[in-house]
Write a protein that binds this ligand. Structure first.
Ligand SMILES: [Zn+2]
Length: 272
């Protein structure tokens, strides 16, 4: 979890919190993967190719880990609720930024107080920070619990943070995971601290941390089919506690043209 800087005397500076990916508890991985594949069959991993490249045996656990969590290709229309009753202008502003993805994609977020599918909290502390569950995984979260957290967001939060944070977390809700980072950013990470941090927050093995966080996109693109975008809003965000210089890596700061094109391809406005 990202540590906030100690509050200074006068006006509280905006804490540069980073996103900590949120995963379901392990016992839900297999049912949630089955649900994701039922919603969009393309979520099932291309196992033969992956098994060959990564030299693993496709067990149910492995399949679950590699299953993507995108919504149906016909579009993402989700209702949004707030768990702590924020003022109407803030609710409207957050939902407007969530709908920024609708510029090119068939995506619609609508406020509702009746069993909302996306549930936003603004808590700090142990569950604080910025996070969202990934895509169809939000359906596995109990109805009283948040699927997204925007710690301490108010109408006084700078507009740039709505672009950087709300749009990024909404990307997760749309089923987009973190992208790898550029070589020069990966070089700023302390590998030992990263292994400890992601082990504690994600339950990843050292090998998984290496693959997910410590492999620059120049190398990871060997495995991908789409060339990665270094300025993507979905680039990894890294807390200052695990960088060599103690400064956070905040990644992309807004949805960029490649993100918009990608969203349009995954959730096209017109089905061919
Ligand atoms: Zn994130």
């Amino acid at each position: 979890m990202a540590k906030k800087p100690t509050a200074a005397a006068a006006a509280p500076a905006t804490p540069l919190l980073t996103c900590t990916p949120k995963r379901l508890p392990r016992e839900l991985w297999i049912p949630a993967a089955a649900q994701a594949t039922a919603i969009n069959p393309n979520n099932h991993p291309p196992l033969e190719r992956l098994a060959r490249v990564m030299r693993f045996t496709p067990t149910p656990d492995r399949i679950a880990v590699l299953t993507t969590k995108r919504w149906h290709t016909a579009g993402v229309h989700l209702t949004v609720g707030f768990l702590d009753n924020p003022p109407a202008d803030l609710r409207k502003r957050i939902i407007q930024h969530m709908n920024a993805w609708a510029k090119t994609a068939n995506v619609q977020f609508k406020e509702s107080s009746h069993n909302p599918q996306v549930r936003i909290a603004r808590v700090g502390g142990q569950d604080g920070g910025y996070w969202s569950y990934l895509g169809t995984d939000i359906l596995s979260i109990p109805a009283a619990e948040a699927t997204m957290n925007l710690e301490a967001f108010t109408m006084s939060t700078p507009e740039s943070e709505f672009h950087r944070v709300v749009r990024h977390e909404t990307g997760h809700t749309l089923g987009f995971p973190h992208e790898h980072m550029r070589k020069e950013l990966v070089a700023r990470i302390d590998p030992k601290k990263a292994i400890a941090f992601f082990g504690a927050t994600q339950g990843w093995s050292p090998a998984e941390v290496k693959q997910q966080v410590l492999t620059p996109l120049e190398e990871s693109s060997l495995l991908g089919t789409v060339p990665p975008d270094p300025n993507s809003i979905m680039c990894y965000q890294i807390p200052g506690t695990i960088t060599k210089d103690g400064l956070p890596i905040i990644g992309g700061i807004d949805i960029d043209p490649t993100d918009f094109a990608f969203a349009a391809k995954i959730y096209p406005k017109k089905l061919l």
